[in-house]
Design a protein around this ligand. Structure first.
Ligand code: AMP
Length: 214
């Protein structure tokens, strides 16, 4: 099964992707993760992307489209994949459609995680990620993480460079302007499956699982 997770920054796409991978073993295709790795490794791609990411702007369409096209052809994508954070514009969505046609693949569902806007700023600025295992936490709702240590593996928790209040506001504006139109885009294709994301991650996952197993 090939799934796309759609939702504003902070809606819980990464958290639900991790749960889907645990439960079903799908390949995880996260453009944000690929770009962050490239930035950390100071590759030419990372150097080019960093300026956009730090400001909360989108990296140019052609760059991310190329990344995803290559990633879709890796062997693990054969057994089903989760697109997380891609597409983010109508141009990217059109390019994805073409790439999937060329590869003889298709999207089975676009799971749209809907969260109230006020909650998103709060979630993003409270988000911490484990440097070691990549698990995602919230220092407000999970006070056991306030000491900066990952409860899962003991690794160091860090805040993403773009999870600061200033950048978060711009990321949410960019989402409204460029990505939210994809809700109507995929509804028209009959693929949209909305999920109420204003709940605990496990409750949201109950609905996500029902969609995958429908
Ligand atoms: P994310 O981890 O999905 O929130 O992505 C972090 C940042 O990476 C975004 O704010 C963008 O700067 C960049 N990025 C990730 N995915 C895309 C995409 N599909 N198109 C353009 N930029 C992206």
């Amino acid at each position: 099964m090939n799934i796309m997770l759609l939702g504003a920054p902070g809606a819980g796409k990464g958290t639900q992707a991790a749960k889907l991978i645990d439960a079903y073993g799908f390949a995880h295709i996260s453009t944000g993760d690929i770009l962050r790795k490239s930035v950390a490794n100071k590759t030419p791609l990372g150097m080019a992307a960093k300026g956009y990411m730090d400001k909360g702007e989108l990296v140019p369409d052609m760059v991310v489209i190329g990344l995803v096209k290559a990633r879709l052809q890796e062997p693990d994508a054969e057994g089903g994949f989760i697109l997380d954070g891609f597409p983010r514009t109508v141009v990217q969505a059109d390019a994805l459609g073409t790439a999937l046609d060329e590869l003889g693949k298709k999207l089975d569902a676009v799971i749209s995680i809907e969260v109230e806007k006020d909650a998103l700023v709060e979630r993003l600025t409270a988000r911490r990620t484990c440097k070691q295992c990549g698990a995602i936490f919230n220092v407000v709702s999970q006070p056991e993480t306030a000491n900066g240590v990952c409860p899962a593996c003991g690794g160091e928790l860090m805040q993403r460079d773009d999870d600061t209040v200033a950048t978060v506001t711009n990321r949410l504006d960019v989402y409204e302007r460029s990505t939210a139109p994809l809700i109507a885009y995929y509804a028209e294709k009959g693929l949209l499956r909305p999920v109420n994301g204003n709940r605990a991650a496990d409750d949201v996952f109950g609905d996500v699982r029902a969609i995958v197993e429908a």
